[in-house]
Ligand binder design. Sequence first.
Ligand SMILES: [Ca+2]
Length: 107
Amino acid sequence: MKAKLIALMTGAAALASGAALAGDKKDGDYDWEAKVEEKFNKVDGNSDGQITRDEFLAYKAGKAEKEWDEHADAVGDDGQLSLDEAKAAHKARMEKKKKHKEMKKDG
Ligand SMILES: [Ca+2]
């Protein structure tokens, strides 16, 4: 059980470290511990200071549901995502990213 929690915290730290590295590029005093704590508290559904498997899965399910809802336009009226719709949505996201990058470069 303890090993699982350590693995989970390592995972949470890894998630936060991605943001930490991004933050470090902007300024050197990025508070990664605060980021881990913020993430931990989001996953700790009953706020008892421990993350259970169920809390972790509930957190991930919530994120997956949010992601699904965000792509409602790609899913369309039939409530199902086809491979072609998935490809079109991915292509649109890549083009949006590319435009954003170009705008950042120009401005
Ligand atoms: Ca808990």
